[in-house]
Write a protein of this length. Structure first.
Length: 392
């Protein structure tokens, strides 16, 4: 089957932001470069869906060096990290963020201080939640998020307290923010049952946002390179076997495979042993990048066999909690070079973020950090990454 080519970013909004993105990136030339079947429970998660080819929907950094955990003094790509061959080289920059809950939890939904109340207060401004980071996403080649919750008008919930729901039209927030692709393999995508899950998929399709997970594969062409995204809920028996089988099926010369896991233990700052085993298994099978979420806090980033595992990206646009205890997050970025059918990861970086412009309460609009606050978040990620290396 012919693989569809991803269209460019949303119209006028992203075109305007493209120019500001370049200056924003230049100003931020100091972020970090890096190098379980876990405990997430499948609360009402839908059954597996058939794998399908998906078309497209609708960014600086200190360095972990070429070896695991070693800092590079300049952040420059080392010659050994690039495939030898012709000068025909394609560079692809991928951005990824963690848990995005574009709605409220069931209890207290719509009350003052909730996500939906904030959007209503702003006149249903769908561009608002991602507006501070949209220039970064407009400057990359692919942006991936974990959609933690549903976009549905269904009322029959599967989770008695923490069922997360937003309006179907909230899918447009992703499109306007420059997020092309979301993972649905998590413990909240089934909060409103099969009908709520199906309506969420339809809302994303209508907005032009790709989605994957729970058996659905996103396959797209980015700058002429095949990029495959797979998503899994860590925990269920047989996950490791399914991951290995799927990666081996999808991996081919010159293609990039990215695997997202919803795994681990909430609020734990270190990756659990089963996360590490599962992440390593994915890389061993041929994955080029592993992204993790569910703990709602940042965990370390590991370099394993020349590839990177970001164990937890924390929260991002997180409507399910008006006053989270930890507002720290990152925009994770990976730069790949594809030459002569070989894929090399040549830069792994992260931009420090606070998930709210207001440090006292969640205003549901992540902002890039600068100065001492940015350095604090970098050090947090560095320390948690170092702890991973110490376990070896």
């Amino acid at each position: 089957m012919a693989r569809p080519t991803a269209p460019r970013r949303p119209g006028a909004f992203a075109l305007v932001l493209k120019l500001s993105a370049l200056s924003a990136l230049a100003a931020l030339a100091c972020s970090s470069r890096h190098g379980s079947e876990g405990g997430a429970a499948a609360e009402g998660a839908p059954g597996a869906l058939p794998a399908v080819e998906r078309g497209a929907g609708p960014a600086d950094a200190r360095a972990l060096g070429p070896a695991a955990g070693e800092r590079a003094a300049t952040g420059q790509v080392t010659p050994a990290s690039l495939p030898a061959g012709s000068a025909d080289t394609v560079e692809i920059r991928v951005s990824a963020v963690g848990d995005c809950a574009l709605g409220d939890i069931r209890q207290g939904s719509g009350a003052p201080g909730t996500f939906s109340a904030k959007i209503r207060e702003l006149g249903e401004d769908l561009a608002y939640p991602f507006s501070a980071v949209a220039p970064i996403f407009a400057a990359d080649d692919l942006t991936i998020a974990n959609l933690e919750g549903t976009l549905t008008r269904a009322t029959r919930h599967q989770n008695p307290v923490f069922a997360v729901r937003g309006k179907p039209e909230y899918a447009g927030m992703l499109r306007l923010g420059g997020v092309e692709l979301v993972n649905l393999a998590n413990n909240h995508s089934g909060d409103y049952g099969p009908s709520g899950y199906a309506e969420t998929e339809r809302a994303l399709d209508t907005a032009g946002v790709g989605h994957f997970g729970n058996g659905r594969v996103d396959r797209r062409r980015v700058k002429g390179v095949d990029v495959v995204n797979l998503g899994y809920l860590g925990g269920p028996k047989g996950t490791r076997e399914a991951v290995v089988r799927d990666i081996e099926r999808e991996k081919h010369r010159g293609g990039i495979v990215i695997v997202s896991f919803h795994w681990g233990i909430e609020t734990y700052e270190q990756a659990a042993p089963d996360q590490i085993r599962l992440g390593h298994a994915a890389i061993d099978a041929g994955a080029d990048l592993v992204l993790g979420h569910h703990p709602h806090v940042l965990q370390g980033i590991e370099t394993y066999r020349g590839r990177h595992i970001a164990y937890s990206l924390g929260n991002f646009v997180f409507g399910a909690n008006g006053k989270p205890g930890d507002l720290d997050s990152i925009v994770y970025q990976e730069r790949f070079v594809v030459r002569d059918g070989q894929v090399a990861s040549v830069e792994s970086s992260h931009l420090p973020v606070r998930i709210s412009g207001d440090p006292r309460v969640n205003d549901f609009r992540p902002v890039l950090l600068e100065g001492a606050e940015a350095e604090r978040v970098r050090q947090k990620v560095d320390q948690r990454s170092a702890a991973l290396r110490a376990k070896r």
